[in-house]
Design a protein around this ligand. Structure first.
Ligand code: CA
Length: 504
């Protein structure tokens, strides 16, 4: 009898513990930037569901990445470590699955774990009870998915809708007695931008204002001068903007080869009109650059529209199933992106638009509605924060720190500086490798390789990073202090490659 009571008491405690621990849904898109989200101030974007998460919880204004590129950002999410430690420095590498990842810690404390959608790490990491992920970038239409057994299945439909459907199906069949952690990894809004059929033309009545820095002359900024990621020169009329698109193309790039005849017909009807409009105008020079910009924005924003609608569908599912109350919902992206600022698309730079990435989080009863966070936090802090949210110990080897106390107003001090190191060079966009520090006030960066130079920006007075102050003698003291801070960071995060360059 006594033994039975002990067992019952133990089961009761376990049950209490399980109830206290929240479920977490971590939605991570690809290349969806804050400038395309109304909660972050965009007046033209239609993102009511991302805005809803922000309104019912917290919005982070200075959530930065430690290496502004797709796979490396996800590798940092999984490991809680910088690229030079987890080994995934640039895309098209294979993530080393023998290293620890944070979902393994969650499994130890009784969580069910799953990742659905885009992961793009070239391998199948441990730590997930269920995987159904895109091979590489996957396809916008009728994509393949790879499951935990490394089996490939094709799912018909638009990829953002399919990812939501698969996520809901996993939630339906999970064990309801255990808490869960689910990553919903979206392909949207990665290049090349193919909107859902229902969203074709969604922004055709909008004329997007050309950003103030669209005609940036890159004066005093060598890396910005030498890049190959401009809308004017790099963006392709045919492959990117579907002018005179080859609908019979077999290339993986277009993914038209996966379209059904019906999908192809609808797509063709829309983009044939775009081609006709282009041919009627035949813009050149500045007019061509701005025409490309408008088309880019319309395709990008239309692709994001499905993303937001699908987030709404998942929020509705949580409401309908009664899960909302005890489920944390996070929306973020793997990094920021240029929407014409400096004349660019793509990412990579330590400059603000690609360094920062959106982050909104809803945690009913714990994070107050309309919470606004301005401190600098990094994607290296995501894994510790997630473990913290799910009452799971954070391994000592993790390099970040939980920022949950910032969101609940229980912390006043914070490190407020973030280390950065970008590697991928020269292809595809010719951005020189660089490392540096982003503090609440400044960005200091050291570019290296083919060309070696430093840059300093005053974020407060120059949030667009247009004026490199490194050679301004008035900043000698600031530079010396920041270099000291940077070196301390490099030692702390054990980046030997950067340390060598600092002391050269
Ligand atoms: Ca990305």
């Amino acid at each position: 009898m006594k033994q039975l009571l002990i067992v019952l008491a133990w089961l009761f405690v376990q049950q209490m513990y399980a109830q206290q621990r929240p479920n977490v849904i971590f939605i991570i898109s690809d290349d969806h930037t804050s400038q395309a989200i109304s909660a972050y101030g965009s007046t033209l974007a239609q993102t009511p569901n991302i805005d809803r998460i922000a309104k019912e919880g917290a919005i982070l204004y200075n959530n930065v990445v430690s290496n502004s590129i797709c796979g490396p950002s996800r590798a940092t999410l999984l490991t809680g470590k910088y690229s030079h430690i987890n080994g995934y420095k640039f895309n098209e590498k294979v993530f080393d699955i023998t290293q620890p990842v944070f979902p393994e810690e969650l499994q130890k404390t009784g969580y069910q774990t799953a990742w659905v959608g885009k992961m793009h790490l070239g391998s199948l990491p441990h730590g997930f009870d269920y995987l159904n992920i895109l091979p590489g970038h996957g396809s916008y239409y009728n994509s393949d998915f790879v499951n935990s057994n490394n089996e490939t299945h094709r799912y018909n439909g638009y990829v953002t809708d399919v990812i939501t459907q698969l996520s809901k199906e996993w939630l339906d069949k999970r064990n309801p007695d255990k808490p869960f952690f689910l990553v919903v990894g979206h392909k949207a809004t990665h290049r090349s931008w193919l909107p859902s059929l229902q969203d074709l033309g969604a922004y055709d009545n909008v004329t997007f204002p050309v950003p103030a820095t669209f005609y940036d002359d890159y004066a005093g900024r060598i890396a910005a001068q030498d890049q190959d990621m401009s809308i004017e020169k790099t963006m392709l009329l045919t492959e990117d903007l579907k002018v005179n698109a080859d609908y019979e193309s077999k290339s993986a790039w277009s993914s038209y080869n996966r379209f059904t005849p019906e999908q192809k017909a609808q797509f063709k009807a829309y983009y044939d009109k775009v081609t006709t409009a282009f041919e009627a105008q035949k813009p050149t020079g500045k007019a061509l650059a701005e025409w490309k910009y408008q088309r880019y924005m319309r395709d990008y924003m239309a692709t994001a529209k499905s993303l937001d609608r699908n987030i709404g569908e998942l929020l509705d599912y949580l409401d309908q199933t009664g899960l909302s109350k005890n489920t944390v919902v996070i929306y973020t992206s793997d990094q920021g992106f240029y929407l014409g600022e400096h004349g660019w698309f793509d990412k990579r730079f330590i400059y603000e638009e690609s360094l920062k990435t959106p982050f909104v989080i809803r945690y009913p009863g714990v994070i107050k509605p309309n919470t606004k966070v301005n401190q600098v936090v990094s994607n290296v802090d995501w894994a510790p924060t997630l473990l913290n949210l799910m009452h799971t110990p954070i391994p000592d080897s993790f390099q970040g720190q939980s920022f949950l106390p910032l969101l609940t107003g229980k912390m006043s001090g914070w490190k407020n500086e973030s280390y950065y190191h970008y590697y991928e060079f020269p292809a595809p966009h010719h951005v020189y490798p660089h490392f540096g520090l982003r503090t609440a006030r400044y960005t200091l960066a050291r570019f290296y390789g083919e060309k070696n130079f430093w840059e300093l920006y005053d974020i407060k007075n120059d949030p667009q990073n247009l004026k490199n102050l490194y050679h301004d003698k008035r900043y000698a003291g600031v530079i010396a202090a920041l270099k000291k801070q940077l070196k301390a960071q490099i030692l702390k995060v054990k980046d030997e490659e950067a340390l060598k360059l600092m002391t050269e």
